[in-house]
Write a protein that binds this ligand. Structure first.
Ligand SMILES: Nc1nc2c(ncn2[C@@H]2O[C@H](COP(=O)(O)OP(=O)(O)OP(=O)(O)O)[C@@H](O)[C@H]2O)c(=O)[nH]1
Ligand SMILES: [Mg+2]
Length: 311
């Protein structure tokens, strides 16, 4: 699926990151470097990148790459500056574990466990993802291992119905791990291509809920050795550097195979996507760009680098 413009027609015009960077009097960076006056401009670049949520380590590295190129005379025009920055961001996103493709089981079903804090956008992502898979003619079953509140089960069922996916639920209060087990079991018996398991939001600081998540993970593996094939951590793209801390705690608890960053439509701070990938060495697989079923973007590093600058 091709990347799509994140900021869509009809949105309020925002000052893009590139517009801000362009204003940093780096119009002739080479000349500035030769004149020895580049330091102030680099500090301003640093500020703008931090404001866009690239975080300290990623920002430092990007600024230092730009500085090196500028001092060597490779950045003399705005176009060269833009291209260098875009390349540095793309390279960061392509470094290490960065394959955005969804892992597939050798023998179906592929089981995908979806985790994250309250309100990150897990259920919405599952709805959109199920819809995308169905449009690609795959059979899908979703399991509501979020039995914490009745509304959560209904919310997932609505998305499943809309996508034409089968649904395995339970009464509120049922052990979430047993629902996860039943969902995988049903997926195997009904010969589904993909089983997606939704979980209740949990604060990464809540030990008992993190234990429950580990149990869900274990129980899935008991029913189907090798599963879950994907464990996707959903992060709210608007919460800034907290997303990095959250991701670390989840990754310490169970192996995470991919990241989904949501609500990227409402933020000019897409740098968090780069920061969290760099901090955890986990591939970004999807971006959530709205609340509707087609507001899901399969991640593409180069497209994203352009959009984060121009968006
Ligand atoms: N703008 C925007 N809103 C989103 C996106 N993804 C989710 N939302 C909204 O964020 C809110 C929370 O989404 P949910 O999918 O219910 O989040 P959750 O992680 O399942 O929440 P819990 O089940 O309570 O843990 C809803 O109002 C969604 O419509 C997105 O990509 N963009
Ligand atoms: Mg939910």
């Amino acid at each position: 699926m091709p990347g799509r413009i994140i900021r869509r027609a009809g949105d309020l015009p925002a000052r893009s990151l590139w517009t801000k960077i362009k204003d940093i009097a780096l119009t002739d960076v080479g000349a500035i470097a030769r004149a020895g006056a580049i330091q102030g401009s680099l500090e301003e670049l640093e500020e703008v990148l931090l404001e866009a949520d690239f975080g300290v380590p990623t920002t430092m590295r990007l600024v230092s790459e730009i500085e090196t190129l500028a001092r060597r005379g490779f950045i003399r025009t705005q176009d060269e500056f833009f291209a260098a920055l875009r390349k540095a961001i793309t390279d960061a996103l392509l470094a290490g574990n960065s394959d955005p493709r969804v892992l597939q089981a050798d023998t179906p079903p592929t089981v995908i466990l979806v985790i994250g804090v309250n309100g990150a956008g897990k259920t919405t992502f599952i709805g959109k993802f199920a819809d995308l898979l169905r449009r690609n003619t795959m059979s899908v079953l979703v399991g509501a291992a979020d039995t914490f509140r009745a509304g959560a089960i209904d919310q997932l069922k609505t998305w499943a119905d809309r996508a034409g996916a089968e649904f395995v639920g339970a009464n509120p209060g049922t052990d979430p791990a047993s629902v996860a087990f039943n969902a995988v079991d049903a997926g195997i018996n009904r010969r589904k291509d993909v089983v997606i398991v939704d979980t209740a939001g949990r604060l990464h600081t809540s030990g008992s809920l993190m234990d429950e998540m580990k149990k869900i993970n274990r129980v899935i593996g008991k029913r189907l050795p090798g599963a879950p094939h994907e464990t996707l951590l959903v992060l709210d793209g608007t919460i800034g550097q907290n997303a990095v801390a959250q991701a670390r705690t989840f990754a310490d608890a169970i192996p995470i195979t991919g990241l989904v960053v949501t609500k990227i439509d409402g933020t000019a701070r897409g740098g968090i996507v780069v920061a969290v990938h760099e901090a955890l060495d986990i591939p970004v697989k999807f971006l959530g760009v709205g609340e509707k079923s087609d507001d899901l973007v399969a991640f593409d590093a180069a497209d994203f680098a352009t959009e984060v600058l121009e968006g």
